[in-house]
Design a protein around this ligand. Structure first.
Ligand SMILES: Nc1ncnc2c1ncn2[C@@H]1O[C@H](COP(=O)(O)OP(=O)(O)OP(=O)(O)O)[C@@H](O)[C@H]1O
Length: 258
């Protein structure tokens, strides 16, 4: 039977579609786009069913709608498509750099391991003094599009420098700090603010900006609240819960080392 004649390439085809659907679902999960995504999947399933049952009229109408709908989808999912392409284009950036380092094509110190302890010590000191701070850690995706809004620099991460940057009267304290590998790469950076309705009212713009950048890129953020002195860890547009400093350090280490 021709129907059961499955080739290896068919299996690869199915696996790739499954991956594509999974990543699309991951991108839209938690946003309003998930409802649109589910709606489209249902519509597509009905269309295929009408085709199978040879319901000519309905399948022509649905087929035509889904055809034109492609353009509407590009507009509706503009943010998600952008994020997906960004993810695709910069995946395994670190792995590629490590690979190049082996052949000494890029310098050793340019991918030094982030001094997480120094950053967390600075955060704890700032938290106990009720000094607000917002630190963004670059992972795979480039943060150049936000770095341009602030002052670009290249200072090796160290505790007193981080504290003095976020010190209230410092000219650099406003906005976010971007950290790449073990370098403070920018300060006074303005981040995209999240419009997510689920964020509790008590969190203001600093937290919304951290959520915003982690929604749009794979960066992770540490936020020190000026008001409560609480340190929040934010990843993929959400607060990551942790028990104590060791657990936070471990999570950061894991997230920055892939
Ligand atoms: N879009 C943004 N990008 C980067 N930093 C921002 C942005 N918006 C606000 N901030 C920073 O957050 C500070 C204001 O924080 P706000 O009090 O609104 O936030 P919050 O989440 O309530 O934090 P806190 O608990 O520290 O008060 C600003 O002074 C600025 O430094």
């Amino acid at each position: 039977m021709e129907f059961l004649d499955i080739r290896v390439i068919d299996i690869i085809d199915i696996v790739l579609v499954a991956f594509l659907l999974y990543y699309m679902y991951k991108l839209v999960k938690g946003t309003v786009a998930i409802n649109i995504f589910v709606g489209i999947v249902i519509l597509y399933a009905i269309w295929k069913l009408t085709e199978l049952l040879e319901m000519e009229l309905l399948s022509t109408i649905l087929g035509g709608f889904l055809g034109v709908g492609m353009f509407a989808l590009i507009v509706v999912f503009q943010q998600e498509i952008r994020k997906f392409l960004l993810m695709l284009g910069s995946t395994n950036f670190r792995a590629r750099r490590k690979f190049l380092k082996q052949f000494r094509l890029i310098s050793e110190d340019s991918i030094a391991v982030t001094d997480i302890q120094a950053i967390l010590n600075a955060c704890h000191r700032m938290a106990s003094n009720h000094l607000g701070a917002l630190i963004v850690f670059r992972r795979n995706n480039s943060l150049d599009f936000v770095k341009n809004s602030g002052d670009q620099m290249r200072i090796q991460v160290n505790q007193p420098i981080i504290e003095s940057i976020f010190y209230k009267n410092s000219p650099l304290h406003d906005g976010a700090m971007v950290i790449e590998d073990n370098w403070i790469a920018a300060t006074r950076v303005i981040l995209p603010v999240s419009n997510e309705k689920r964020i509790p009212q008590r969190f203001g713009l600093r937290h919304r900006a951290a959520i915003g950048i982690t929604e749009k890129t794979d960066a992770v953020c540490l936020v020190v609240s000026e008001e409560s002195g609480q340190i929040s860890y934010i990843k993929e547009g959400d607060f990551v819960l942790y028990e104590d400093t060791e657990e936070l350090a471990h999570k950061l280490e894991t997230d920055l080392s892939f």
